[in-house]
Structures are given as structure tokens and as C-alpha cells.
Design a protein around this ligand. Sequence first.
Ligand code: MN
Ligand code: MN
Length: 467
Amino acid sequence: MEEKNSVAKELREKLFAQKKNGYHRISAQEEKLAEDFAEGYKKFLNTSKTEREAVQETLKILNENGFVEYKKGMELKAGDRIYRNNRGKSVIMAVIGTAPIEEGVRLCAAHIDSPRLDLKQNPLYEDNGFALFKTHYYGGIKKYQWTAIPLSLHGVVVKADGSKITVNIGEDENDPVFCVTDLLPHLANEQMSQTAGKFIKGENLNILIGSRPFADDEESGTVKLNILNILFEKYGITESDFISSELEAVPAFKAKDLGFDRSMIGGYGHDDRCCSYPALMATVDCKDPVHTVVTVLTDKEEIGSDGNTGLCSSYLKYFIADIAQALGSCGRDVLSASECLSADVNAGFDPTYAEVNDRNNCAYLNKGVCITKYTGARGKSGTSDASAEFAGKIRILMDGNDVIWQTGELGKVDEGGGGTVAMFIANLNVDTIDMGVPVLSMHSPYEVISKLDLYMAYKAFSVFAKD
Ligand code: MN
Ligand code: MN
């Protein structure tokens, strides 16, 4: 019997897929590296709450690490480190490899926009002694999660004279914050009888911004006047300047270690900064690659990737064409030979909501970076479904370099669904697969990830860049 048991144990090890918690597999030395990596990441989260701020922070890191802005026509050679800033909302970076460019590039694509509340173009109004901002939510949110939490305001305003000012209020300890109010439970009988999708209406996501009148007369409009006066004194803006503004309200709280054991990080915007930061750092840390490494941090993923800063636009294709030309090749040949990791998050298994997942095919926190062959909804609609050959190649690469990884799809069949930028890159004739960090409470104001998974994303992207 004992002999049979030991044979079974041996066979299990040989035949069963690896499902162990990553902490049973990671070395103490790597655990320390993961801990250090998380510190840099939390700083990035706190300074990059919007796509514009993420681009600014990225450019700072790139400039400190020898990257230069690439202009079409510049000569290129192996080892060159370049970037292109697309309108301050997306950025592409590259490290030129030693192999001929027609052998393709190693592309990594992550997004830097996150769900939030955007101000409408005519946002400011006064109602019964309060000044408020009208908003239009951006991305897929559960609206009730955005009430009764502190919000900060970020973005830009282009004034009538064409000058542009940058706004960031609510992040500094001494700044005021804002909020969307909610109804007290005592008076919420009617509200609470509605379904969750309806009890906070999109049109009710109004941000409270003031209550002090300008003068002590009884005229209406004096609270609004006072707010406009403050804004004029601080920024020189008038009410019409909102028309040419992009102002985004996001959660005002900072990213922090989560849990007694500090194994996780809670914060706003893990989707998809927990992939974009590792992708950025893997590129920065990549020296003398064989294949040219191209990393794109894109905007507009959360609303379908349309627009000139989203990946349905041609800006990535044009960049590849420009560097291909500089290296004596052409864009389409380069793209056709390229491989891409679409670096985006997946839903982590949550024991409190276990029923939405197929336990054999979902991502778990602490089991490493997650490879997702396809996303989409219903019968695999709206996804690129990577080939077995490419999935095989990536899997072998990860195993060969001791990356702790797992596989998982987004929820049970027909439970819902979602997509990433993978299909837009695959549509350019690039072999593409999704790979990213599992997230709890995705798209909420306070998402949760594991430090181990975050570090394994960095390791995976680094290994891919050097392949
Ligand atoms: Mn995402
Ligand atoms: Mn998302």
C-alpha cells in the first residue's frame, strides 16, 4: 500500500498541473525583490491616477533612464532607447534590438486609463445653497460605489487665450476633497427597493464642491459665484473654459499595503497600472535585447479603445512603420513577425463571490501572473483567442525562467464578460495573448492585488522582452 501511495505521489507531481500557492514556490530572495518592487509601484499609483499623469510619470522615468524622444527620420541602431508621446495621454517606448527588425518586435501593451467620473462640459451649477459639478461616468462602474467617498480632481483646462493649466486638487494632505452624496438609510425606503443598477442614477452622480455664498445678500447663484471667483483667483479660469477641459474625479485615497501580513495592495487604478508599471519597468531594465522591445501604455481601453489615443487608432502602427523604415524594413513585415503580450488584469477569485467563477479556470491571487488565452463574452465574442502554438511558446518561456504563472478566464461561461486591447493588436497580424495580474473588486474605487503576482508580471514581461 505504501509503495502504491508513493507511486501515486510521484505520478501526481508528474501529471497534474501546478496549482500551488506562489508563496510555496517563491524563494526568500525573490520575495524580498517583490516587496521592493511593490514600493515603487505604490508611488507610481499615487502619482499617476489619470492617463495624463501616468504619461508624465512614465516620461520622467524614461528620461532618467536614457530614453530620448523619437522623431520620424532619426537614425536608429541597436541599443537605442526611444519613446513617442501621443498627445500626453498615451506613450510608446522602445529599445532597439540586435536582430534585424523584420524578425519582429516583442510588444507589450497595457492601458493607463481607469474608470472614473468625468466632469461634463458645462458642469457647474447651484442648487439650494450648494455648488455642484455634473459628471458623466467613464468606463464600467457600479455607480453606488462612487458615492460617499473622498474624491480628488485631476486634469487640464484650456483657457480662452489658448493657454493650458493643469489641475490636481485633493491629493495633498492639506487639499480639500470632494464627494458624491448618498441618501441616509432612514429615508431610503424607495431607493433601497430598486435594483443595484438603478438606485444610483448616472445623472445623480453630482459632485459636491461648495456651500459658502459670495456675499450676504439673498440672491441665488452666490455660492456658484463664490466658486467661480475662487477658480478665477487660483487658475484664471471662467465658466466657459470648462468647455475645453478634461477634468476627472477619482478616489482621493492613497495606495496602501493591505492585510496584517502586508501581502496585498489596496488602491485605485490597479486596472491597469499593475500591468503598465511592470511593463514600463521591464522595458527600462531591458539592456541590449535581441529583438526590438516595444511597450505601449495606452489610453481609452476602458471605453472601447476608440479615439486617437486608444489602440483602435493607428498610432502604434505608425510608430512601428517609422522605426521599421529607419532600420530599412517596412511596418507590415515587422508587425507580421511580431509577438505581443496584452498586459491587462483578470478577475481574481473572490471566496465571497465564488459562484461567478469556474474554479478550474479562473485566476487566484498569489498564484502568479495570469495567462488568458481569450477574453470576450458569450461564445468568445469580442476577443482574439490566441493560438495553441503561441500559448505554448509563452508557457515554455515562463517555465524556463521560473516565472510563477497560472491560467484563467474571466468568469463562468455566459456569466458576463469583458475584453482587452489584445484583439486590436492581433488584428494587425501580431501573435497576441493576454497576460496580467488578478484583481479583486475590479473597477471599484478600491481594488486589491497581490504583491507576488505584481512582481511575477514584471518578471514575465522582462523575460519576454529578452527572448
Ligand atoms: Mn484593464
Ligand atoms: Mn478595466
